[in-house]
Design a protein around this ligand. Structure first.
Ligand SMILES: [Zn+2]
Length: 353
């Protein structure tokens, strides 16, 4: 079954973590284990280019991710907006290099996406992995108009915040609203026809974005607060708001978003992929149909296999979702919509001609 993933941090792996994604997952794991790397996620890679082919991944949203942090030794951040900007360019360059090497294909327009799907239909996994460029956290956007420059480089989706507050507003694990600069930024995003990813907004900022932005929205990797009741997940009201604007919501496979009370490096993996199906069910029940949910796995987004559902080992296991959905009574057409159709429809509407 053709797979579309609404959220992957490929360049984070390729650049910040210095992983050669041309290798197999087994090789990536072995290299890091042999070096005794024990930071969360190290030695537990679940994806690489060969692995994503085995998973029949045809298209994904791939991030530019560079978060500003105060501490110089922060494992996940950079101390100035200028360094964030530079790192985002490093991520752009990584995508470009992988494109030149035939592993990736940038999908910037509706036509690119259509042609790529045709290519996939004829060549199957011989075709490169198509990607739509997104940005997770607007920290690299120096001033609101910097968005135009990234748009020229192919940016087609953006989330304003990541963890904590940034120059544009409040993100996950804080309750800060939008900053003043977010308003002209949202205006410019709207003019450019970029979709706003509402994942990782604080609750207050989420509702402010909806009030101040009239363009398209989606939630790239966004589970339900009913399953993991803390602020990173959405309430039913937030889900409904995305559904009302015909956005698509991606289900994430990070266990912190599926298992209540999960503590990194402490908790056991107690929930299986069945839990992701439950989350899909919640969205379908709220919508009254299956058209607003997809996969947004977030796999290898700063964690590894140790922080995934208990029956998950590597990226190709996402294909098991088809069987799980079938067992739950979903029709073949609904399963295809969830695995790829809904995201494809959404981006055939959102991407420029
Ligand atoms: Zn994220």
């Amino acid at each position: 079954m053709l797979l579309f993933d609404g959220h992957l941090d490929l360049a984070l792996n390729g650049v910040d973590w210095n992983r050669d994604l041309r290798c197999s997952v087994d090789d990536l794991r072995a290299q890091e284990r042999a070096l005794g790397m024990t930071d969360p996620g190290r030695g537990g890679a679940t994806l690489s280019f060969p692995e994503m082919k085995a998973a029949e991944l045809a298209v994904c949203l791939s991030t530019l991710l560079a978060r500003q942090e105060k501490e110089i030794n922060h494992s996940f951040g950079w101390t100035s907006p200028q360094t964030c900007y530079a790192m985002a360019h490093a991520h752009l360059a990584w995508h470009r290099a992988m494109e030149k090497a035939g592993y990736l294909k940038a999908l910037r327009t509706k036509n690119c996406l259509r042609q790529h799907l045709n290519d996939w239909n004829t060549r199957g996994t011989q075709a490169p992995l198509g990607f739509i460029q997104t940005m997770e956290g607007a920290d690299p956007i120096l001033v609101p108009d910097t968005i135009s420059e990234f748009h020229e480089h192919g940016l087609r989706a953006i989330g304003l915040t990541h963890y904590g507050p940034n120059r544009y507003g409040g993100g996950t694990s804080c309750e800060v609203g939008l900053a003043l600069d977010a308003i002209p930024l949202l205006k410019r995003i709207e003019q450019l026809g970029i979709t706003v990813d509402v994942t990782h907004l604080s609750d207050v900022a989420f509702w402010q974005v909806l009030d101040n932005f009239n363009g398209r929205i989606h939630a790239s990797h966004q589970n339900s607060r009913r399953l993991a009741p803390w602020q990173r997940q959405f309430s039913d009201e937030q889900y409904r708001a995305v559904i009302e604007r015909d956005g698509v919501i991606g289900i994430a496979f990070d266990i912190i978003m599926l298992q209540p009370g999960y503590v990194r490096r402490v908790s056991e993996r107690l929930v299986s992929m069945e839990r992701a199906v439950e989350n899909i069910d919640i969205i379908c029940q709220l919508a009254g149909n299956t058209r607003n949910v997809g996969i947004g796995s977030d796999l290898d987004g700063g964690y590894g296999v140790e922080q995934t559902p208990s029956d998950f080992n590597r990226f190709r296991d996402l294909q098991n979702m088809t069987t799980l959905l079938e067992k739950r009574g979903y029709s073949a057409a609904d399963i295809a919509a969830i695995m790829h159709g809904n995201w494809i429809r959404f981006f055939l509407e959102v991407l420029p001609d």
